[in-house]
Write a protein that binds this ligand. Structure first.
Ligand code: ADP
Ligand code: ZN
Ligand code: ZN
Length: 814
């Protein structure tokens, strides 16, 4: 008999697998999804390994196979194990990243009569027990959920246990219905010859059955079955007409499985490779030779850092490198930050690889995601494009992985386990599959650039923009010191410089982007008498004022309240709106530039599925003069009419207690500055700030990555921050603040004891301290930070109790 090591979908399984015996007759492979008994439940599991001996003495048997075809390849199994070990996540969480969307299903418990019925004395039963027994006998089986609803959870479970204990009932298990099924559509076709159909149509017309006649004529012109929805649109007919034709035997109706293709509503025009500039050419040649070596299985995988300002032609290199991979019989995965997954981006890939691009997108319906997954696994797509989770797409023959805007923080999954970084996973995945990786950025992550400088990655640089006419350099950046404006008595959100520039641009028929560092970052209400600020009672963060609904909103937990008339602390009526949000900015821009047409783009305005595409489309079509938004507008757009970008306040974020605050600010400002002057009109950027001397602002204003990097890396070295060390953040959360603090202190002692007993010298502990957001959704949070060369390996040896969240290589400390 053989055995399988199974990763089980249970919270108690954590980072280990469990041994199960393979019953005779059941063919089991690595990567296969199976049902296994676990305690008194039946759970999903994925087979990670086959062995001749079990790892424990007593094993149970695998109950059944869920899907005959393995869902994970053996290299995906290795990747899942690596993620679980490196990020200290439960193994099944890592495995689940690679399963088809909608895969996880629940087991429903039923209560039935036993097969062998005995004579029973039911007089000893209580009335409730008798009622349940009667119901089960009458209906054959009853779901436990139904009993729980009727009797309450505890009582239902007790009664069922008692009946089962007496042998009067048994439990059985069934699977919840599959959440996602292939989509079927109704198709119509002729059941008779076309000539005959036409004659029949003429007869029907005489009998005034006009709709039937029209449909029949239409179908007679078609060479293939036609979707019913299309037929109904093309000829004016209804379901009754179609049914009549089917019952007369003239037309056949059949359900055909269709793919829900998210690109289908866009017309695709083919595009061709551009003639590369010298810099592009030499970069592409290096990548091509690595791809060739990889395809021949000769070389160890290679990571390239493609560093080039916005508009320097990086995307064109991705496209041509992908084409080369395809030529070599390989396929590619392209990761983009979710916010950059715009129609423009998708179009560029779809038009170079028509009908060969799969898009994975969290805004797709589950059904669409499922179909794309299947299509990819069947090898139908040359290129898969999507946000961080697309790295787990079942793309066969992987030859190239592109991580565009590799410095973006959205590549790190922060809100749930596994807390992986897609860039890190991409590099590991390339090692396992022999693929080549291109990391692209105008403002590389400091750690990535450090690796490139050390020679761990190959550095490819595109120092200049590819421009339609050589006279258009990077935009001029002016830094406005807001302290001078205050001194001059200017209280507007717009400095003199910025308002003049906006007015001039709008008057010349050009477009303007006004950028705020964070949505509603400081749009709050304060009492002018006592200084009271409205905060969320549960989260302690400042409540943001929303103009349109006249409400205060907590952006952590979504708590909402209407705006009070008086201060709750001192009863004063002198409440004042402070700070700026996108809505406030929109309002003030309306006063200041009454002749301009405004458009606002932030995540409030883009909750719907396609509304951000619509907003963008409107702006591109010049239906507005000024676009107002948050970091979402900072990337991915190519807007030739934009000649001015104004950063209304550059300081938000600069003073956060996080060693990456400078890097973050530099990246954002550089991205925003890159928006202007992409067309032949050239461009100008105005940055308003209270700290114009800060190196991040200075470097962004000069478009000088090296200036920023040299300062930043020196600070990192001096303060022992990454990339010179690695971090792990441990957060404990609980409704009781004091308990939270005690647990954090206990953990600190435990960690120090463990470190000292192992004699690890290079591991230091910071904290415990209240987390930056001390209270979140009603729970207090305390944080410990571990810094050293291998915090992950160290922590993996330590039991971390429930209530703790461990984040390895966190991207932010707040
Ligand atoms: P990036 O990805 O670095 O922002 P893109 O690849 O989007 O740069 O290129 C910027 C613009 O220049 C695009 O409009 C693109 O079509 C164009 N472009 C890129 N490479 C070339 C080239 N070799 N010749 C002409 N135009 C190019
Ligand atoms: Zn007050
Ligand atoms: Zn809140």
């Amino acid at each position: 008999m053989g055995y399988a090591e199974v990763s089980v979908n249970s919270p108690v399984a954590q980072r280990r697998t469990f041994s199960y015996a393979i019953p005779p007759g059941l063919g089991i492979d690595v990567g296969q999804a199976v049902w296994v008994p676990f305690g008194d439940k039946l759970l999903q599991g994925i087979v990670l390994e086959l062995s001749r001996y079990p790892s424990v003495e007593e094993t149970r048997e695998i109950a059944d196979v869920i899907e005959p075809r393995p869902l994970l390849s053996s290299s995906h199994v290795l990747l899942a194990r690596w993620i679980s070990e490196h990020y200290l996540s439960p193994l099944f969480d890592a495995v689940a990243l690679m399963l088809p969307p909608g895969f996880e299903r629940k087991v429903i418990t039923f209560i039935c009569s036993p097969l062998t019925a005995h004579e029973h004395d039911i007089s000893a039963l209580t009335q409730e027990q008798r009622n349940v027994l009667e119901l089960v006998q009458k209906q054959g089986k009853v779901s436990l959920r139904k009993l729980e609803k009727a009797l309450g959870k505890k009582k239902a479970q007790t009664i069922v246990s008692q009946l089962v204990g007496r042998g009067l009932a048994v439990r059985s298990y069934e699977l919840e219905r599959v959440k996602v099924r292939p989509k079927e559509e109704l198709y119509l076709s002729l059941a008779v010859k076309a000539g005959e159909a036409r004659q029949e149509a003429a007869r029907l017309r005489e009998k005034r059955a006009i709709k039937q006649a029209a449909l029949l004529d239409f179908l007679a012109q078609q060479s293939e079955p036609v979707p019913w929805v299309e037929a109904r649109q093309r000829v004016n007919c209804d379901k009754a007409a179609a049914n009549a034709l089917v019952s007369k035997g003239l037309v056949t109706a059949q359900h055909i499985e269709v793919k829900r293709e998210p690109l289908s509503y866009q017309g695709i025009t083919l595009s061709y490779p551009l003639t590369l500039t010298a810099a592009q050419k030499s970069a592409l040649e290096r990548i091509q030779s690595s791809l060739l070596q990889g395809a021949e299985g000769r070389a160890s995988p290679t990571v390239f850092l493609l560093h080039g300002v916005t508009g320097s032609g990086k995307t064109e290199i991705y496209l041509q490198a992908l084409a080369e991979a395809v030529r070599l019989g390989k396929r590619g995965i392209v990761l983009v930050p979710e916010i950059a997954l715009t129609p423009q981006t998708i179009e560029r890939f779809a038009s170079r690889f028509p009908h060969k691009v799969a898009v994975l997108h969290s805004k797709l319906s589950l059904g669409e995601q499922f179909d794309e997954w299947q299509r990819i696994r069947d090898g139908e797509c040359d290129v898969v494009i999507g946000p961080r989770s697309a790295i787990f797409a079942p793309q066969p023959d992987l030859g190239l992985i592109v991580v565009d805007e590799e410095h973006e923080w959205t590549y790190k999954q922060q809100d749930k386990s596994p807390r992986y970084h897609a860039r890190q996973v991409a590099i590991r995945w390339a090692e396992l599959t022999g693929a080549v990786v291109i990391l692209g950025s105008a403002t590389p992550d400091v750690e990535t650039f450090y690796h490139a400088q050390r020679g761990d990655y190959h550095l490819l640089q595109l120092p200049e923009r590819v421009v339609p006419d050589e006279a258009s350099p990077l935009p001029l950046v002016e830094v406005v010191d807001l302290r001078d404006e205050l001194k001059a008595g200017i209280r507007s959100l717009f400095s003199r410089s910025l308002s003049q520039a906006v007015a001039k641009a709008v008057a010349s028929g050009e477009q303007v982007i006004l950028f705020l560092n964070r949505r509603g970052a400081a749009s709050f209400i304060q009492c002018r008498s006592c200084g009271f600020v409205f905060r969320c009672k549960r989260c302690e963060v400042t409540l943001t004022y929303h103009f349109d609904k006249d409400t205060l909103v907590c952006h952590q937990c979504n708590y909402r309240m209407s705006v009070p008339q008086v201060c709750p602390q001192c009863l004063s009526r002198r409440l004042k709106f402070l700070g700026i949000g996108t809505q406030k900015l929109e309002q003030e821009a309306g006063y200041t530039f009454p002749q301009a047409r405004l458009l606002r783009w932030d995540s409030d305005a883009t909750k719907g599925k396609y509304s951000h595409w619509e907003i963008l489309g409107k702006f591109r079509a010049h239906q507005a003069d000024i676009l107002i938004g948050t970091q979402m507008i900072a990337k991915g757009l190519d807007l030739p009419l934009v000649t001015l970008v104004g950063v209304v306040s550059a300081d938000t974020g600069l003073n956060l207690p996080d060693f990456r605050a400078g890097e973050r600010t530099f990246q954002l400002l550089s991205q925003v500055a890159g928006r202007a002057g992409r067309g032949i009109l050239g461009g100008q950027v105005i940055i308003q700030t209270y700290s114009p001397e800060h190196y991040a602002i200075q470097a962004a204003a000069k478009h000088d990555y090296t200036l920023f990097y040299d300062r930043e890396i020196a600070y990192r070295r001096q303060l022992h921050n990454p990339p010179f060390t690695r971090l792990a953040s441990l957060v404990y959360s609980h409704t009781n603040d004091a308990l939270c603090q005690r647990e954090a202190e206990r953990m600190r002692r435990l960690l120090i004891e463990e470190r000292d007993s192992k004699g690890i010298a290079d591991l230091s502990l910071i904290g415990p301290a209240p987390a930056f957001i001390h209270r979140l959704r009603g729970r207090f949070r305390w944080q410990l930070i571990l810094r050293g060369s291998e915090p992950s390996a160290f922590l993996s040896q330590i039991p971390v109790p429930q209530g703790w969240t461990v984040d390895i290589d966190p991207v932010g400390l707040v």
